[in-house]
Design a protein around this ligand. Structure first.
Ligand code: G1P
Length: 290
């Protein structure tokens, strides 16, 4: 079976990025000139995803407006003959079929995924966390879809992180199962470095099978009151195979201040219109202020 659908949980409060996220969704923070969630959506579209469900919450209306037609803006751009800008604005509204549902309570990532149950309609699906950008030659999720098409099982996007960072991620244990591939034997949410089974961390890309919903239903709240996707994947291990794939690419956690700055600087350095003057500026300013 092919992966056609993707879920983007975007209901999180963005507490790591206050005060910017007090009244604006963290997924709408611009990296150079595009909101973070548009990079995520572009990855989905480039991978061949046909339908996207964004899980939103209160205060996230800007996301819906961004992927909608902007009638007034289009009219003004048309009148002023700004064809290039008009095309940019129009293309965003026609990228892919987008649906929305609201997570009414902030009960964690697992609970957000549960909101997609009916929409997924029994198909396996991709999950993109709305604040992780991955820059890669082949879209990260496409690499994982290729694994899914061979294994017909859950695939987690992973990368190795410094030991001291295990407390920020779901951490997997597993054995080699092919190039870049691990057969997962255990997964733990945010372990302390001394308790972590490895330093291989799950980032914001997943391919999940419909069995995850039954496991999520059985998953209780953790100490912080949240239903963790990681814990549901852990119980899934008793009935289905789960793989972890070391994707080729560079991942940015834009919900973190340093990650956001790295995404901004490195994205600017890949843009033909900015690369040269920006690189020259960086070299000079680091000499002066760094
Ligand atoms: C979530 C997941 C975690 C995963 C991480 C990736 O945590 O719970 O397992 O490793 O995303 O970014 P959060 O970053 O929402 O705290």
């Amino acid at each position: 079976m092919r992966i056609r659908k993707a879920v983007i949980p975007a209901a999180g409060l963005g507490t790591r990025f206050l005060p910017a996220t007090k009244a604006s969704p963290k997924e709408m923070l611009p990296v150079v000139d595009k909101p973070v969630i548009q990079y995520v959506m572009e990855e989905a579209v480039a991978a061949g995803i046909e339908a996207v469900l964004i899980i939103t919450g209160r205060g996230k209306e800007a996301i819906e407006n961004h992927f909608d037609v902007s009638f007034e803006l289009e009219q003004v751009l048309k009148e002023r003959g700004k064809e290039a800008e008009l095309a940019i604005v129009r293309d965003i509204a026609s990228m892919v079929e987008v649906s929305y549902t609201r997570q009414r309570e902030a009960l964690g990532l697992g609970h957000a995924i549960m909101c997609a149950r009916n929409w997924a309609g029994g198909e396996p699906f991709a999950v993109f966390l709305g604040d992780d950008i991955v820059r890669s030659a082949t879209p990260c999720i496409r690499q994982m879809m290729d694994v899914f098409e061979q294994k017909h099982a859950t695939v987690l996007g992973v990368m190795d992180v410094p030991r001291e960072d295990t407390r920020k991620y779901g951490i997997v244990a597993g054995s080699p199962a092919g190039e870049r591939l691990l057969a997962v034997s255990d997964i733990v949410e945010k372990p302390k470095p001394e308790d972590a089974p490895s330093n291989t961390a799950v980032i914001g890309r997943y391919i999940l099978t419909p069995a995850i919903f039954e496991e999520l239903e059985k998953t209780g709240r953790d100490a912080s009151g949240e239903i963790q996707l990681t814990n549901a994947i852990r119980s899934l291990l008793a009935r289905e195979r789960v793989f972890a794939y070391r994707f080729a690419g560079r991942r940015y956690d834009t919900g973190d201040r340093l990650g956001f700055l790295q995404a901004t600087v490195e994205t600017a350095l890949t843009r033909p219109d900015l690369k040269e003057p920006f690189a020259a500026y960086l070299r000079r300013i680091v000499g002066e202020m760094g």
